[in-house]
Design a protein around this ligand. Structure first.
Ligand SMILES: Cc1cc2nc3c(=O)[nH]c(=O)nc-3n(C[C@H](O)[C@H](O)[C@H](O)COP(=O)(O)OP(=O)(O)OC[C@H]3O[C@@H](n4cnc5c(N)ncnc54)[C@H](O)[C@@H]3O)c2cc1C
Length: 472
């Protein structure tokens, strides 16, 4: 609960119209894509670093939590106010301040929607590669805090590879500028990298200096249908082994194919899995890569490989691909949505292992995702009203994590730990690593006011969102 003095002060800092304590407003900031709502005590819409600094300084003196929030599309509970407090929304901070066409950089505020930035830079012949499938809604601030990836990560890497420097407000209220505006720079510790992927627990990003690339000349989209899912998985490894680097290499299993068929009005009957592959670059290199990829897929027993024709088919396919995650809930009422990653050569072992877990637990496990970088979204489908099935689903996820770690992978490629995976980090990280991370947090946030209850398991931590990625 916030005191009347704190409420008055918050209104003074951000302006009367930019702070709310009304339940109907608070409800809108109580959830993310995990569908496990927690009501905050206030939501504020600051205009920049100075206002955020004053809020954080007051949070330290008055002892209330502050939770940064972008669009709330997170899959791990990162923006949930699990201990109440003040949600700091970046909705009013959505300016693209500069696109520097000479140095190929952009300076943006954190509330800019990923898609808007991409559209604006592409008008100038430039390219911002990180493309989480939530890109029509997610913000650059949320992408930086989660180090978001996407289909293009296989060739272009993830958000961290495009962040040159940041303006951020530390939990104790100091405004800092990190990184460089140049192509290189090694002066001091790399605080930019520390902040990227820190899930809003070490600072609030208020500006980001991003690297841009020249826009690729052309792109070709291929659809490869495989009767047997295992052959599709083998084709992924074979493409990587052949030293071809497509710009996207997405894997879609039979449960997810139904969703794509419905959305894109396409017929993939008979397919046990589909690979959606893109090559980009110069016209000549694209044709060469596409023909190598086609050959590898046919050698890996694809039943057909064809190019998506025309802008509209490609657009429809990606629209359908982006719809897979939310649409899976048409199949079963609930899902536990994980984003494990394994070394790419181990994709066939991961897919075979997940099939085995699915059979043993008698649960549908729908798999799709960024296979080209080894990142598969494993969706355990169940009905949480059925306690036996719910327990079985949780067991299946733990087994999927064990399998991933046995294959030398990681339990989260891009969704982060947040609240949903905090009790599993000990499966992957040793005690000395967790202790070092906790000490960094305690140094920067001695009072623990910034986004508490995230990443680290708590003895009596939040139970409601307590299961990994129990997302809607
Ligand atoms: C349908 C769907 C598809 C998705 N596909 C992908 C995908 O392909 N790849 C992928 O990586 N993710 C994906 N996601 C997950 C999610 O979209 C990303 O994690 C995204 O980066 C979150 O952005 P957001 O603006 O919604 O952040 P939020 O959900 O609001 O917040 C996420 C985290 O960032 C912190 N945060 C937000 N803004 C700031 C800031 N300015 N400073 C400091 N911390 C901040 C929050 O505290 C929280 O911890 C998907 C989600 C959905 C619903």
């Amino acid at each position: 609960m916030l005191s009347e003095i704190v409420k008055r002060e918050l209104k003074r800092i951000v302006g009367e119209a930019n702070a709310s304590f009304a339940k109907e407003d608070l409800l809108c900031y109580s959830y993310d894509a995990t569908n496990s709502p927690y009501l905050p005590d206030a939501v504020v819409f600051p205009s920049g670093a100075e206002e955020i600094s004053l809020i954080l300084k007051m949070a330290n003196s008055e002892g209330f939590p502050v939770i940064p929030r972008g669009a709330g599309t997170g899959f791990s509970g990162g923006s949930l106010p699990v201990e109440g407090g003040v949600v700091v929304s970046t909705e009013r901070m959505r300016k693209i301040i500069e696109i520097d066409t000479e140095n190929l950089t952009a300076l943006v505020e954190p509330g800019v929607v990923t898609w808007e930035l991409q559209t604006e830079v592409e008008k100038l012949g430039l390219f911002y590669p990180p493309d989480p499938t939530s890109l029509k809604f997610s913000t650059i601030g949320g992408n930086i805090a989660e180090c978001a990836g996407g289909p293009r990560a296989v060739k272009y890497g993830v958000t961290r590879d495009y962040v040159l420097g940041l303006e951020a407000v530390l939990p104790t209220g100091e405004i800092i500028t990190t990184g460089v505006r140049t192509a290189k720079g090694v002066v001091g510790y790399d605080l930019t990298r520390l902040l990227v992927g820190s899930e809003g627990t070490l600072g609030i990003v208020t500006k980001a200096h991003l690297k841009l690339l020249p826009k690729p000349e052309t792109t070709k989209t291929l659809l490869a249908l495989f009767p047997d899912i295992k052959d599709a998985a083998k084709a992924v490894s074979a493409i990587i082994r052949a030293k071809v680097v497509p710009s996207t290499l997405e894997f879609i299993d039979s449960a997810c194919i139904k969703v794509v068929e419905e959305h894109a009005k396409m017929d993939f009957s008979g397919a046990g899995a589909v690979l959606l592959i893109e090559a980009d670059g110069s016209a000549e290199s694209v044709e060469k890569e596409a023909s190598t990829i086609e050959k590898i897929c046919m050698e890996s027993r694809a039943s057909s490989v064809r190019a998506a024709t025309g802008k509209y088919e490609v657009k429809d396919l990606w629209k359908a691909r982006r719809a897979i995650s939310p649409s899976l809930l048409k199949i079963r009422p609930d899902k536990i949505n994980e984003d494990v990653v394994v070394p790419r050569a181990s994709i066939p072992d991961l897919i075979a292992g997940i099939e085995d877990i699915s059979k043993r637990h008698n649960l549908l496990i729908a798999c799709f995702g960024h296979a080209g970088d080894g990142n598969i979204h494993v969706n355990v489908m169940y009905d949480k009203k059925n306690p036996v099935e719910a327990a079985s689903a949780e067991d299946a996820v733990v087994e999927a994590f064990r399998l991933t770690l046995r294959l030398k992978g990681t339990i989260s490629g891009e969704h982060g730990v947040g609240t949903t995976k905090s009790r599993f980090i000990e499966m992957e990280l040793g005690p000395a690593v967790i202790d070092a991370m906790k000490r960094i947090k305690a140094t920067l946030d001695p009072k623990g006011i910034l986004n508490p209850g995230k990443i680290f398991p708590k003895a009596n931590g939040p139970q409601k969102a307590g299961f990994a990625g129990a997302g809607k």
